[in-house]
Design a protein. Structure first.
Length: 669
């Protein structure tokens, strides 16, 4: 294996990296090589919660014998470390959800004139879930009530987070039994920090149980709120064509990258770059036009709704900058490498920060405010255009880019299985029962420079679909699959097993469905709940032939996501070394004990082949427990015939219920 392949499995990324390395430019890849991680901290055996330490709980019998100065055991220290990661991840997604609530509230109160409720149908759906009357009422009144009700989820001290009731009854019963129904998002985060400080909870199981409660406050709270309100404000996604690669930048146009997570400013920038005056302004500076691209989860948000191309996930952010073609990288929140501003000094790129919560020395700060959204978006785009004459790089290092089909919301997946009038999960459940589809895997999470970045995603994506496993992807995993050219219907013909291929061809979908950003992992929760309601499989989320995999995880957010899936009943496998690997007891709680209580688990497994084997084993075991037909490639049981596209079009002449639905749309149409 040569050097570039070891660092990143993405050919275009390797090309840029090679160019940068020949000029001595530092990136996360070179830093990952230089900075060896501390094995004590890496495995969760280091306690830093007070100033008697840090205490390092190491030694031959550390599990039983090692203690911190206060007496905390290794399992307690490891459990505390994991719980604090969950709290941070929940806080991060929770804050994102809160910002979406404030935006909806500002829109409903007429204070954010540049936005409006785009998906009234989804607003009514959410109002219905929350028990808010919507019929015959002005849209903004309903929106105000929805926003106000969801805002209560953050500060509630007693009771339950609103969306808990969306889970299947049996799943809720398990949560009640073990005391992990989340009350308020902020309360659960605060309690993790409280419980895990020095001299508090000294029982690893108790600490981890509360970590699950905080994680559920993310999955069925912060993140789910974020997904719903983003759909309400900007439209529920339906299939859309786009492109993915570092090759999306154009030599003769002003290139702007929107990077981060919150879609509010990004939505405005999408509007503004198409304004004739703005294009004329770009031409006045010598450019042929304006080219907008995305990075990380902001990319996923605007790709899902507008077909804006993505330059890739987390590890591509520095490489994008190194193309020398970007006039402005506009960042909002989360997963923004502090290295960007140092690197930008070597090029003409302006790093523009836009959030109070993310400031960087060396960046230009242009504070976003939803009350003056378009005005600020125009200022940002003009700043990028003004920078075009400063560009030194003449030509892109990378030419190749890949087509992508994105935009699979729960609403669209339901629609595609029966049309407007018969939308349901019946065909998917039937296909699983008959063994055409072996099971479902959520392939999610970050791409990591400590492994051949994006490579494990690519390996698992191809192997899973080869094994007739339907893959749904989110976050940087979607970027990894997209920049590899995997998010197309052709992927089914070339790589999927016979059963999955047949289903994909019948419905006209790729075998890997791009569900959106990391907060949109909650779409998987609501899809799994709908499948449980549909019948024929498990009557709760637990026990479904479904697994979550985050093969290159990096962030605390990913840990929080892994925990809310585990608590909801999904076995989850993370790649890389376990952040609590030092403690056998903690490992056992997260795998065996959680499986017994919730039918979910959180494993850490560095070997991609083993990850695959574990996932297939979980799926087959679930099939067996549900007494489903034994999976055999190419051999299926009887099932209902899926409607093909042609038949569905005859049935439906009326307008599609969701943006982009009714066939695959070209970007922007
Ligand atoms: Ni998810 Fe999205 Fe990517 Fe990881 Fe970061 S961008 S929120 S955390 S690195 S998948």
């Amino acid at each position: 294996m040569d050097d570039k392949v070891i660092k990143t499995a993405n050919k275009e990324a390797a090309q840029v990296l090679e160019w940068g390395e020949s000029r001595g430019i530092e990136t996360c890849f070179s830093r990952a090589e230089k900075l060896k991680s501390c094995p004590i901290g890496e495995s969760g055996a280091c306690c830093k919660v007070c100033h008697m330490g840090p205490c390092r709980l190491v030694g031959k019998n550390a599990e039983e014998e090692a203690h911190g100065i206060c007496g905390a055991s290794l399992p307690v220290v490891a459990a505390r470390n994991l719980a604090r990661m969950v709290a941070a991840g929940t806080a991060c997604h929770g804050d994102h959800g809160r910002d979406m609530v404030f935006t909806l509230l500002a829109v409903a109160e007429g204070e954010a004139k540049d936005f409006q409720v785009k998906d009234v149908k989804k607003l009514y759906k959410v109002a219905g879930i929350l028990g808010i009357e919507f019929e015959g009422r002005p849209v903004n009144d309903v929106a105000k009530d929805v926003a106000s009700r969801l805002l209560e989820d953050f500060g509630r001290q007693r009771g339950e987070v609103n969306y808990v009731k969306r889970a299947p009854k049996k799943t809720q019963e398990r949560w009640k039994k073990f005391g992990i129904v989340p009350r308020g998002i902020d309360r659960e985060v605060a309690e993790v920090l409280d419980r895990t400080t020095m001299g508090m909870d000294a029982d690893a199981d108790s600490i981890l149980t509360h970590a699950l409660r905080a994680a559920l406050a993310n999955g069925w709270g912060g993140s789910m709120i974020s997904t719903d309100l983003t759909d309400i404000l900007f439209g529920t996604p339906g299939p859309v064509k786009a492109e993915a690669s570092l090759g999306i930048f154009k030599d003769d146009e002003v290139n702007i990258v929107i990077h981060g997570h919150e879609p509010t400013l990004a939505e405005m920038i999408v509007d503004v770059v198409y304004e004739p005056e703005m294009i004329a302004y770009a031409k006045s500076k010598g450019a042929k036009g304006i080219n907008l691209g995305g990075m990380c989860c902001t990319a996923n948000e605007v790709m899902m709704r507008h077909g804006i191309p993505t330059a890739g996930g987390f590890t591509n952010q520095e490489l994008g900058l190194m193309t020398g073609l970007i006039e402005a990288m506009v960042v909002d929140v989360q997963c923004i490498m502090p290295a960007l501003t140092q690197l930008a000094k070597k090029f003409h790129t302006k790093i523009i920060t836009t959030s109070e919560k993310v400031k960087m020395p060396g960046a230009t700060h242009m504070q976003f405010d939803e009350h003056r959204a378009k005005e600020i978006a125009r200022e940002i785009v003009r700043t990028a255009i003004d920078n075009f004459p400063n560009r030194i790089t003449q030509r892109s290092h990378v030419a190749e880019k890949f087509p992508v089909i994105a935009g699979f919301s729960q609403e669209y997946i339901e629609y595609m299985q029966g049309g407007r009038w018969r939308a349901s999960f019946r065909p998917l459940n039937d296909a699983i029962m008959a063994g055409r589809i072996r099971g479902v895997v959520g392939l999610a999470g970050c791409d990591n420079p400590r492994v051949p970045a994006t490579g494990i995603h690519k390996f698992l994506a191809t192997e899973l679909i080869k094994n007739d496993v339907l893959v749904v992807s989110t976050g940087c995993s979607s970027a990894s699959c997209g920049t590899a050219g995997f998010l197309t219907p052709e992927m089914a013909l070339e790589h999927a097993g016979p059963g999955l291929r047949e289903v994909c061809v019948a419905i006209g979908i790729p075998p890997i469905l791009h569900l959106g950003a990391c907060v949109d992992n909650t779409r998987i929760l609501t899809i799994a709940s709908a499948m449980a309601d549909e019948g024929g499989l498990s009557d709760e989320i637990g026990g479904m032939p479904a697994v979550g995999i985050a093969p290159e995880f990096i962030t605390e957010k990913a840990i929080s996501i892994g925990c809310y899936f585990a608590a909801s009943g999904v076995p989850v496998i993370f790649g890389g070394e376990s952040p609590v690997g030092a403690s056998k007891e903690v490992t056992k709680i997260m795998t065996e004990v959680w499986f017994e209580r919730f039918m979910g688990a959180l494993h850490f497994e560095p070997d991609p082949e083993k990850i695959l084997a574990m996932a297939l084993n979980y799926i087959d075991k679930a099939r067996e427990a549900l007494k489903l037909r034994k999976y055999e490639p190419g051999k299926f049981g009887a099932e209902r015939v899926l409607m093909d596209m042609a038949a569905r079009r005859i049935l439906e002449k009326s307008a599609a219920p969701h943006a982009g639905v009714g066939g695959i749309n070209e970007a922007g149409s």
